[in-house]
Every structure is written in structure tokens, then in C-alpha cells.
Design a protein around this ligand. Structure first.
Ligand SMILES: [Zn+2]
Length: 454
């Protein structure tokens, strides 16, 4: 087998790896790049491998940095199946068309206000392109050994992280490789724990939070403090959130805080049609998360859902203290951009991030203390309080990744560390070598490795 990294190599987005055997060419994850411009430009450049030469795609989970390139791959000639878990398929049904819609809106907005260098600005792909790509999805159940061809099998194992997220194990004539996908945290109130490690020859492990530990403080207490402080000064708490997973976790905490009277009875708005639909999928896939039906019901009922653009816009002029949860989580697009324009300039408000902020994103800049950010071609001053509850992240921190690696009974022959910025990947690399004595590599973009059989 041969393994090539076309994304998430020394960075956290654009996940794409190519696994090649004599008979099959498999793309493992098919994500778009987000954040830094030099990376985003790769979304527009020709992929080093011809789309039509790929036999199948395997997605570990639905997040756009793992799935959002698929519509473009299909547009460019990929015609094979895309293997996913059932919940990943259901989430992609809302995430991918929404992504296409946002690409179209961005291009439209750029053309209308004339701030693109390209004339006319074109979308990376459209909602129609995304809808078309959904037809290629094929569901593979967790823990089922599925034949990709006569010699190559695929098995999904739970990865935690978000609903339907999987580790993907491949085996070819006795040689195995496991992709961790994005690893969730253990003891998350919502998501299941990642399945423990198993004996494999090769391992690809993510390193988003390499070198970092999530705060051990109680997120519910911190959330209550932030909401009470902000509403006390008459402000609004705006939470840019990943629509899938994190939005539901925040709503769960808000439900508990309201029920126990630890925060005032202020209105909570879920302003993301996608997050609203994701909540429905949560209800449907009850076996894949920890909440019982009653908790799901109460969590979903805690927020006022704003579907229409008009209702969304009216939040910006509503002077009452409130909580708004809106996508996207790194403020790279979506309705949250309009809310940032409304709420960032006022000292009474709080902008609360709840997950990893990739370099180059507005979220990262704001957490670094930027005094202004650019939205839709305009500089917006930031006078609001800016906070981050990183313990609400859907990713394991470095201790969490190490605990998972320690569950492997036998050292893999080689461990590839991807999906992390260089300092994060290096930190995890050093720690794995020091504590486990495993042989590791941090691949660069387009690096290829021969995976020798025994
Ligand atoms: Zn993810």
C-alpha cells in the first residue's frame, strides 16, 4: 500500500489522504481548507491526483474540513461511492448543500459590493453540485468489515467527536492502517467515547490539541458567569458555534443552567437553520449519543429557532440581553458574520468561542486580541468582551490523545501525526516518542509513504 497526504498535513483543515493498492485508489476524507489564504487557495488549485482516477472516498465524519471538498471532487469527475456511517450521511445532507449555498452567497456578495479581485467572483461549488454529490453516499455500519475490493477491507469504529464520527481501519492482505479521524473527548456529556486502540501496522493520528490541555474548570459554571456578567451590563452573548455537535452541547448546558436558576430567564436564539436540522438528527440517532429522549427534548426546546433571514437580521437590532448561538464556529462564514458586525462594536456584549480556532480565521484573530476584524470588506471594531471555553471543544486534548494511544496493546510500526499546526504536531510527536517509544512521522503536504506488508 502507498499513502499520500493531500491535506491536514501540518495544519488542521483540508483533510485528504490517498491510500493506494494495486487494485484500488481510496481517498480518506475529502475536506476543504479553511483559514489562511495560502491554504484556501489550494481549494481552487488542481488536485495533484485526477478525480476520475479515485475509486472511492471514505469520510470519517461530516465536518466540512473532512467532507466539504467532495462536491468539487464529483464536479471534477469522481464517480465512485463515498462510504460513510449513517449519521455522517444524514449530517452531510444538511452540511454540504449549506456549504454550497454559502459559497454561492459569498460570490454573490463579493460581486454586489465589488470587493473581489476576480470579476465575476465564482463559487467554489454550488448547492446543486453538493446535492448531486450526495447521491454517491453509501452507508457502512460501525464495526462491520466491509469489502472495498477482493483484498481491501474497511471497518468503522466510533471516534466520539460528533454524531457518526468514525475511526477508519483498512486492511490489505494482512497489513492494516487505522485513521483516527478527529478524536472526541472521553466523558463528554453528549458524545460517546472513542473506541480503544487495536493492533494495527500503521496509524494516522490527529493532533489538533497537541501540546495543549483543556481547562479542568467546570464549563457550566464559567458559562453561567459569562452570561450573568454580560446580561448584568445589558449585553448579548454571541456564541459562534459549529452547527453540528457543539451547538447542541451548549444548548444542553443552557437548559441545565436555566432549570437550576443559575442564569436569568433570558431568550436564547439558535440562529442557524443547519443547527436546527442537526438537532433533529440528534433526536433520530439516539443510540449514538448519551442523552435520553427527555433531555434531548428539553435541550431542543431551550432555544427559539430563527429560520428566516428576516428573523435573523432582527436579532441585530434587538436591544434586550440574550444569547445567540450561530454558525460558523470559527466565524469563517454563515449568519454569525452579520451578528459579529452588530455585536462586536459594543462593550456590553460578549463574543464566546467554544472550539478550536484555526490560524487565519476571524476566531483566531479575535482570541489573539485583534482590535478589529474584516467582514464583507469592512473593518469592524471589537470592543465586546471576547472569551473562549476550550473545554467545550469536540476534540481530545493532548492528554486525551495520549490516553487513547496508550490503549493500543502493540506499538504500530509507524505512526503518522496529522491534523495539527506544526507546534501541536511536534509536541505530540515528542511526547509519543518519550512516553511510548513509538516511531512517528509528521507528514508534509504531498508526502508519500510506502506501507510495506509484513
Ligand atoms: Zn471534526
Amino acid at each position: 500500500m502507498k499513502l499520500t497526504f493531500y491535506g491536514a498535513a501540518n495544519t488542521v483543515t483540508g483533510s485528504k489522504a490517498l491510500l493506494e493498492t494495486a487494485n484500488s485508489c481510496v481517498m480518506v476524507d475529502c475536506g476543504i481548507y479553511q483559514g489562511l489564504k495560502e491554504l484556501r487557495l489550494r481549494n481552487w488549485a488542481q488536485l495533484p491526483v485526477k478525480a476520475s482516477s479515485i475509486d472511492c472516498v471514505v469520510l470519517t465524519h461530516a465536518h466540512i474540513d473532512h467532507s466539504g471538498y467532495l462536491p468539487l471532487l464529483v464536479k471534477n469527475g469522481f464517480s465512485g461511492p463515498a462510504y460513510v456511517t449513517e449519521a455522517t450521511r444524514d449530517l452531510c445532507k444538511i452540511l454540504l448543500p449549506d456549504s454550497g449555498y454559502l459559497h454561492e452567497k459569498d460570490a454573490e456578495y463579493a460581486n454586489k459590493h465589488n470587493f473581489s479581485k476576480h470579476s465575476p467572483a465564482l463559487p467554489l461549488y454550488t448547492q446543486d453540485d453538493a446535492e448531486r454529490s450526495l447521491k454517491q453516499f453509501q452507508v457502512v455500519d460501525f464495526n462491520h468489515v466491509f469489502d472495498l475490493d477482493d483484498q481491501l477491507t474497511l471497518t468503522f469504529r466510533p471516534a466520539g467527536h460528533i454524531l457518526g464520527a468514525a475511526q477508519a481501519r483498512f486492511e490489505h492482505e494482512g497489513t492494516s492502517i487505522l485513521f483516527s479521524g478527529d478524536l472526541g473527548r472521553t466523558h463528554d456529556p453528549l458524545t460517546v467515547d472513542p473506541a480503544p486502540g487495536e493492533q494495527v501496522d500503521y496509524l494516522v493520528v490527529e493532533s489538533t490539541y497537541g501540546g495543549r490541555s483543556h481547562s479542568k474548570e467546570d464549563p457550566e459554571t464559567l458559562l453561567a458567569e459569562i452570561i450573568n456578567r454580560t446580561s448584568g451590563r445589558g449585553g448579548t452573548v454571541l456564541i459562534p458555534s459549529f452547527a453540528v455537535g457543539r451547538a447542541q452541547l451548549i444548548m444542553y448546558y443552557l437548559m441545565r443552567l436555566k432549570d437550576s436558576g443559575r442564569i436569568p430567564d433570558l431568550p436564547i436564539f439558535l440562529d442557524s437553520p443547519m443547527a436546527i436540522n442537526a438537532s433533529e438528527i440528534f433526536r433520530h440517532h439516539h443510540r449514538l449519543h448519551r442523552l435520553n429522549e427527555n433531555d434531548v427534548q428539553r435541550t431542543c426546546n431551550i432555544a427559539i429557532y430563527t429560520q428566516s433571514v428576516e428573523a435573523s437580521k432582527s436579532l441585530g437590532t434587538n436591544p434586550m440581553p440574550k444569547v445567540i448561538i450561530s454558525a460558523s464556529g470559527m466565524a469563517t462564514g454563515g449568519r454569525v458574520l452579520h451578528h459579529l458586525k452588530s455585536f462586536c462594536p459594543d462593550v456590553r456584549n460578549t463574543i464566546l468561542f467554544v472550539g478550536f480556532q484555526a490560524p487565519g480565521t476571524r476566531g483566531e484573530k479575535m482570541l489573539e486580541g485583534a482590535r478589529e476584524i474584516k467582514i464583507h470588506g469592512r473593518q469592524i471594531p471589537i470592543r465586546a468582551e471576547v472569551q473562549c471555553l476550550d473545554m467545550l471543544s469536540a476534540h481530545a486534548d493532548e492528554d486525551g490523545i495520549m490516553a487513547w494511544l496508550k490503549s493500543f496493546t502493540v506499538a504500530p510500526r509507524m505512526t503518522f501525526i496529522n491534523h495539527g499546526e506544526p507546534p501541536a504536531a511536534t509536541s505530540l510527536h515528542q511526547r509519543i516518542e518519550a512516553e511510548l517509544g513509538w516511531t512517528c512521522r509528521v507528514p508534509n503536504y504531498c508526502d508519500t509513504f510506502e506501507l510495506n506488508s509484513r
